[in-house]
Ligand binder design. Structure first.
Ligand code: ATP
Ligand code: HMH
Length: 273
């Protein structure tokens, strides 16, 4: 069985962060592992508080995984401060895992900040160059590329600008745009569009975590980046289509529907060892 590690924040309400990542991994038939970088007291409506785990303890969790287990892909989510970023970057440089997907989380769906605004420079310097795939949403791409994005053409320019910062591929996600949900992938060579009709729901808490974890799972199974993104897009679309009206704010994506629909065939899990 392929093994995928999430390095991210904990969402106690279960819709985003490490919890969404582990649910996505299970639905993809890969073995999920987690390094908790921050404990977030949050729900579908608001973020109450953030407690970062110490750099030392972040490092020790990463050591614990890598000294014992072969990791096929890593998904990195919320890193709230430069200290958290440096702790993660140091260990990634040490272990140089394959298939690193970075979701540069800055805000929750309800608009609450999850990253210190001043940490963008450290993100660009230490984390982005380690990413095989970077998955910013539009507000995150605006901050990283330091430009406004209001059109698909702007999304393409931002993807190319961010690619030049040293990651191997960038997907600017269109969840925050109007009209169809269009994601733009730039792999240094070509621009690809992944488009679905927009689903009319407020229950989109954790869509970005779901999407990036699905990409990491697919890369672990040796798919090309293009195929990994195409299948992750299908996965997240279904998870939004069947999203759950849990809580009073933006409800979470639904992983069980995907599980039941596809089942866990040998072909789907990659192998049965
Ligand atoms: N209403 C929607 N209908 C269809 N697809 C959507 C919708 N909202 C988001 N998506 C898709 O979900 C994926 C995640 O994009 P999004 O921009 O929502 O991420 P995000 O803002 O980082 O999510 P979060 O911060 O809540 O984890 C993308 O593939 C995007 O196109
Ligand atoms: C812990 C955590 N990570 C990521 C997100 C983004 O949705 C969130 N709301 N909470």
């Amino acid at each position: 069985m392929k093994k995928v590690l999430s390095i991210a924040g904990s969402d106690c309400s279960g819709g985003a962060g490490v919890q969404a990542d582990l649910k996505t991994f299970s639905a993809h038939g890969v073995f999920g592992m987690s390094v908790i970088v921050s404990v977030v007291a949050e729900n579908t409506s608001r973020v109450i508080d953030i407690q970062d785990v110490t750099s030392d303890m972040i490092g020790k969790q990463i050591d614990a995984v890598f000294e014992d287990i072969e990791v096929d892909a890593v998904k990195i989510g919320m890193l709230s401060t430069p200290e958290c970023m440096k702790a993660v970057a140091e260990k990634l440089l040490k272990y140089s895992p394959q298939n690193v997907v970075v979701d540069p989380v800055m805000y929750a769906k309800n608009g609450c900040p999850l990253m210190e605004p001043s940490a963008v420079d450290t993100l660009i310097e230490t984390i982005i160059p380690l990413a095989d795939v970077l998955t910013p949403n539009i507000p995150e791409a605006e901050k990283i590329a330091d430009m406004q994005i209001s059109t698909i053409a702007n999304m393409e320019v931002a993807a190319k600008k961010i690619y030049a910062m040293g990651c191997k591929a960038v997907i600017v996600k269109g969840g925050h745009h109007i009209g169809n949900a269009i994601d733009i992938l730039f792999d240094g060579d070509r621009v690809y569009h992944f488009e679905t009709t927009r689903i009319d729901t407020k229950n989109t808490h954790g869509t970005g975590c779901t999407f990036s974890s699905a990409i990491a799972s697919n890369l672990a199974k040796a798919m090309s980046i293009q195929d990994a993104v195409a299948q992750a897009k299908a996965y997240v679309t279904m998870a939004i289509e069947h999203s759950l009206a849990i809580g009073n704010g933006c409800g979470p994506t639904n992983h069980f529907y995907n599980l039941y629909k596809y089942g866990l065939s040998e072909e789907r899990t990659g192998n049965t060892k």
